[in-house]
Design a protein around this ligand. Structure first.
Ligand code: NAG
Ligand code: NAG
Length: 369
């Protein structure tokens, strides 16, 4: 009988069995401790992995941001390159007084910072509308050569100058606006008497004169003489003596020719928004955002004559009998028709909305490859 001390039983179980049970328990316990230890380490590992992932994600996001920045920068550069040829563009807006030109210029001034171009006013001494030949040469030489200010819009009350006669390689682009001639004259008539809300404190030339346009017409006054209607034709006709002779038939024809051959587009005051839309579609380098700006109704650039009495029917009738009104109106309607045609060519209706027409041309058969 060897190992008698280990023999025997406890609770009905053999001691050896107990030994095995205890050892197994110990084993399980230590394995459990080991595993829980491992788990703890695993937790640490997992949490550090999460941290790492977060860091990496952040890094990736940063790099995306950076790449985005790079992308947009590249885009900008691309855009800059694309618009290089537009970047030396010069627009000339030889604005006619009382046609809403202050509103239009105001929009240009509001857009110039964001769209990166210059707007420059041409102040012509003593309100002359024509320039001497040497001044015309100075003007064209300056605006085509003043690179720091390009691209630019020059605006001023000056009659059309045919720049093609001055030997310049790159000519400016002309734009302008006209207004129904009698409306324009009445607006001017009251403007020189009462001023406007734009510069309310400026004393106007005829301030203190309270005669209405109707009264003036009834007594055949000087300020409402139909000859005063002769403004838009000479502005578009230009620097030729006949242009400034009221009622000159050649001047009317010349003004029409210049509109067709020398102006990119001439809008009408009555449809200023559409004029801006055409410009925005055609010259986005300058006019991106113009229609939105106009629709927002920024009152700041809307200028209104302080007092304006609508004319009586007999006044309108009397003015419309004059040859000068007929000719100026002929010119206005010519411009209006042309503008409507340009609008029709540029835009179309889609689901009740006016949208720019799709690009209708493409290049192909480009050789050599
Ligand atoms: C144009 O210049 C004249 C004289 O230099 C000045 O009195 C006038 O205020 C200027 N006009 C504008 C619109 O700045
Ligand atoms: C154009 O005129 C402005 C103002 O007078 C002047 O500063 C500028 O140097 C001129 N530029 C050219 C190219 O003549």
């Amino acid at each position: 009988m060897s190992l008698p001390r280990f023999s025997g039983s406890f609770c009905g179980l053999n001691f050896r069995v107990w030994l095995v049970v205890c050892l197994t328990l110990l084993c399980v316990l230590s394995v459990y401790r080991y595993i829980s230890d491992l788990n703890g380490r695993l937790d640490v590992l997992i949490s550090s992995r999460v941290k790492l992932e977060k860091a990496v994600t952040k890094l990736q996001l940063d790099s995306i941001d950076i790449s985005r920045r790079h992308l947009s920068f590249a885009d900008e550069q691309h855009y800059e390159r694309e618009s290089d040829r537009e970047d030396d563009m010069v627009l000339v807006y030889n604005r006619v007084p009382k046609t809403g030109s202050t509103s239009f210029a105001g929009i240009a001034y509001e857009l110039c910072t964001e769209n990166h171009f210059h707007v420059i006013h041409m102040n012509i001494s003593r309100n002359q509308r024509t320039l001497g030949l040497s001044d015309q040469m100075r003007f064209i030489t300056n605006i085509t050569g003043w690179d720091e200010k390009k691209p630019a819009i020059y605006h001023g009350h000056v009659a059309f100058i045919d720049f093609s006669r001055f030997g310049m390689q790159k000519l400016p682009i002309y734009i302008n606006m006209v207004r129904e001639p009698l409306e324009r004259l009445i607006s001017y008539y009251y403007f020189v008497r009462y001023g406007d809300d734009f510069k309310p404190f400026l004393k106007r030339r005829k301030a203190g004169d309270h005669e209405s346009f109707d009264e003036c017409v009834a007594r055949d006054g000087e300020d409402c003489d139909p000859e005063n209607l002769w403004v838009q034709i000479p502005y578009f006709c230009g620097h030729h003596a006949d242009c400034w002779e009221p009622g000159n038939q050649w001047a009317l024809e010349e003004a029409k020719r210049n509109v067709l051959h020398h102006y990119l587009v001439v809008g009408v005051t009555e449809e200023l928004r559409d004029f801006l839309a055409v410009l925005e579609a055609t010259l986005p380098r300058f006019f991106r955002g113009a229609t939105a700006l106009y629709s927002e109704g920024h009152k700041s650039h809307l200028r209104k004559t302080a007092k304006k009495v609508p004319p009586k029917p007999q006044t309108i009738e009397k003015i419309q009998e004059s040859t000068i009104w007929k000719m100026e109106n002929d010119f206005y309607e010519f411009v209006l028709d042309h503008f409507h045609y340009i609008k029709h060519l540029t835009f179309e209706m889609q689901d009740g909305e006016v949208v720019e027409k799709e690009r209708k041309f493409q290049f192909e058969k480009i050789r050599p490859r």
